[in-house]
Design a protein around this ligand. Structure first.
Ligand code: NAP
Length: 330
């Protein structure tokens, strides 16, 4: 019989790819969403299920409502907790970012504890924001690259509220796992890119790529993770009995904006795309654990970037400007 699993924040960018892969594997997915009536955020989930072996059921649950997840997790073998606000600018960072992330994670962990007889493991979507601040203010604890041994101890609420929300939420999850004897594994991605499935367009990751495609260079050098790898890592972490602790999912190096613009210009010669600045690419992340222990292959960054850009154009989520005629040609 098909197994039932729960995914919180089901309509989000990462959760949609995770649900896509779970449905392809034949799972019954209980996807929690804030509102079933918000078709723009959730309608794609039922469409996905029609073409794949698994099935999907939408259940309403808000991170800030105590007890909201209890019924959703009943009978679930695994709980994937992806829901958490991801944006950078917030008028009230405590209320908009930290409270939903931390209180929501406590709420989810307590719901798992109340369904302990059914739930074998909870896989939490944390972030590399939980291992280092945006400015990499502290040196790695081991060697010269950040690894699962590192915890972000430098971010402050006024400067790096999203980073605070992620490190506090992951710490809360580990405390409650210990307290209730729950089997928890956490996945820590860097900045996630990669193909988009839904026409929903409010994710922070979309905004970054849409800006590139619409002619504005993004002049910082991120370390990326591919959304397909992130979803696969969640499933590998759930199904492998030996999985434990934290797993970074990311490439090892940052990518220069000049490299990103050259890949996009090569893929879309017909569009007027900005040139990115040349920046030094540094090796920042040790991603060996997820590859060695869970067998995850990391997608090459060029593929991640180009595949995401192509889906944004196909779905009309970005409107690139066509190139004008070359000088001298009319
Ligand atoms: N994208 C990245 O680069 C990246 C990198 C590292 C880690 N992550 C983590 O990955 C997870 C998913 O992020 P994403 O990129 O997929 O962002 P996203 O598309 O904005 O998804 C965020 C999800 O969280 C849900 N959510 C927010 N506040 C909520 C609340 N009060 N109650 C219930 N649900 C709530 C949203 O629900 P609605 O659908 O109702 O809006 C949405 O489904 C987050 O935990 C994020 O921190 C993302």
């Amino acid at each position: 019989m098909a197994q039932t699993v729960a995914v919180t924040g089901g309509g989000g960018y990462v959760a949609t790819e995770l649900i896509h892969q779970l449905l392809a594997k034949g799972f019954n997915v209980r996807a929690t969403v804030r509102s079933k009536a918000d078709a723009a955020k959730v309608a794609h989930l039922t469409c996905l299920a029609t073409a794949l072996p698994g099935s999907v059921e939408l259940v309403e649950a808000d991170l800030l409502v105590e007890g909201a997840f209890d019924a959703a997790f009943a009978g679930c073998r695994y709980v994937f907790h992806t829901a958490s606000p991801f944006f950078i600018e917030a008028g009230d960072p405590q209320a908009q970012l930290v409270d939903p992330a931390v209180k929501g994670t406590r709420n989810v962990m307590q719901a798992v504890a109340r369904n302990k007889a059914d739930v074998r493991r909870i896989v939490l979507t944390s972030s590399c924001a939980a291992i280092k601040g945006n400015a990499n203010a502290a040196a790695p604890k081991v060697g010269s690259t950040y690894s699962e041994a590192d915890w972000n101890e430098t971010s402050t609420l006024p400067a790096e509220a999203y980073w605070c929300s992620k490190v506090q939420a992951e710490r809360a999850a580990w405390e409650l796992a210990e307290q209730h004897g729950l089997d928890l594994v956490t996945i820590l991605p860097e900045f996630i890119m990669g193909p988009v499935i839904s026409r929903r367009s409010d994710a922070t990751s979309f905004g970054y790529m849409k800006a590139w495609l619409e002619g504005t260079a993004q002049n910082f050098a991120p370390v990326f993770a591919d959304v397909r790898d992130v979803a696969r890592a969640h499933i590998l972490a759930a199904e492998n009995p030996a999985a434990s602790g934290r797993y970074i999912v990311a490439t090892t190096h940052s990518t220069s904006p000049s490299t990103i613009s050259s890949w996009l210009q090569e893929r879309f010669p017909e569009y007027a795309l900005a040139d990115g600045e040349e920046m030094e690419c540094t090796e920042i992340i040790n991603n060996s654990r997820v590859q060695g222990e869970l067998g995850l292959s990391i997608t090459p960054v060029k593929e991640t970037i180009v595949d995401m850009a192509a889906t944004l154009v196909q779905l009309d989520l970005a409107q690139p400007k066509p190139k004008g005629p070359e000088p001298g040609k009319q």
